[in-house]
Ligand binder design. Sequence first.
Ligand SMILES: [Ca+2]
Length: 636
Amino acid sequence: MKSRSLFWITVLGAILLLVPSLVLAQNITGTKIVGGTGTPDYPTLSAAITALNTNHGSGTVTFLIDGDLTEAGSPEITDTALVGANKLIIKPNTGKTPTVTFTTVATSGNKSNAGFTITGNSASFGSVGNVTIDGSNTANGTTQDMTFAINDATNGRYLIRLSGHTDNVTIKNLKLVPTAIRTASASGNRTYGINCLAMASGAADNLTISNCAISGSSTSAFYYGIYKPDGGTVPVATGLTISGNTIFAQHKGMSIWWPAGTTNIYNNTISMLGALTGSYVQNSINAIYLQTWTGTCNIYNNKLVTLKATALAQTTLKPLYGILLYNTSVDAPAGQTANVYNNFISDFAYTGDAASYPSEINGIAVDAYGQTVNVYHNSIYINSANITSNPVYGIRVYDDSLQTANLKNNIVVNTVNYDSAYAIYRGAMTTNCVMNSDYNDLYVAGANANIGIYGATKCKTLANWQAASGKDANSKNLNPANPFGASGQWKSLTDLHWVSAPSSSFAGTFITGYTTDIDGDARSASKVTMGADEPGASTAVEKDGSSTPRAFWLEQNYPNPFNPSTAISFQLSAVSFVKLTVSDILCREVATLVNGQRAAGNHIVTWDAAGMPGGVYFYSLTTGELTQTRKMQLIK
Ligand SMILES: [Ca+2]
């Protein structure tokens, strides 16, 4: 009897021990609230991810971030159940605008030095993926309502770190902020907004990074905005898309190695700051760097608005590139294609001493053994500010065997005035490298500069270049930039839109398949303009660069043209602090019509331009970080 009751007590005890583990073993599915002031399912993202890793996601798991969070120790997703129909979405709860701050980051493992991590580092288990980080706080929204920030000045190097086999990850509508990161004082402690590193376990197929703001300032920015090195001794990945992002970075806006299949890099706005105080100065500074690819890589509709090299101690001079395509004979096999088109590349600058001077400056450089690179419809403007030595190239084609570079409908303006400044450069010719070039506008502003160099032949004029190269029979030598804002010319140093339709001298040649411009305006066989901008409906309206629903709308003034007064209306969706200003053709502010808080609804303001000279003026409405600009004409 005694032994029998002991038996049942033992059985009961075993069952009681099993019950909690059975509960824990239930998969996580559906929507879970994380943080906030209510009764969340998990107090932190770390707790939610730990539960996911332990119990595994099933079906669609959504973590709704309900309030600001502070996350220590580098939350790391390792759930290998996230494949097939099982997926994880992390986004703000409806109407919420949380900041998730990653502090006290880990110092070992694949999450080392990182804020938020996904690790697929087991070849036997397969991918850890199907993760979407969506910063929008509405379903299918496109507003950037959530911020990921890293705040660890001692060890913080990566805000988002993906390691190994992490397929089908999407990062969108997210603000990425380096609140405090380690100073990138050596190659071993460079910093990254998003780092996606292929490992022996695999590479990240179908990575999408879209409509994110990777921010920076003159004192704090990631060394790399986006870094994705695949290939070499580790696998390559297919299906990379990087679109609609605003990126500030010190050294490379994006550095992409060995993408495969079809790669699309478009609609990004990139500002290069140059190395900040205390930072290591690596080899080249690039807004977009593509090293080795297979398949087709499309780089289009990007705005590289400023490219800056800074004065910091360095032992070797470093080059500065807008876009560099690079492949050596030992990397990707011959026969791959890259299409680089409709990009604005502008405002190169240098601040500092001669010892740190960029060894060379390139708008677009093609250095790709074996590959075909089509460079069409780009607008390149090289600012001469502080650039006083070393070669400066608008478009540079290196001498790589089996490479074909096709250049058409580009506008290249190089305002640097010395002998080694060129609009176009075709390097020393010792190998079987083909360059086709025509219907470009090749312009250098300085009397000492050269239109081009072909092999070793420097060409002062377009005619010299045509004679030496046998190329560019239909190309032009026109200045679209000076003075900025004159009729038919470019808008500003950093905005290479036409102010109004340019003269027919800038007519290009239609290229099949290239039917839209940087704004989406149509190009057709009957209307093709050189450069990235086709003067269309959107020419006079500066786009805000995002698909954010407008908090306001600025109407075209009426009447227009006018003399001497005109009415300007605008609508506000909510009470806002607004500023409405008028600028002249040289971007000098000539009137402030509104500067203060205004109610929601319609507003009409009259501008009396009596006493102002006749001509084109711009009026701009600004609320918060958004500005809308329109053009008007005063007739005298
Ligand atoms: Ca346009």
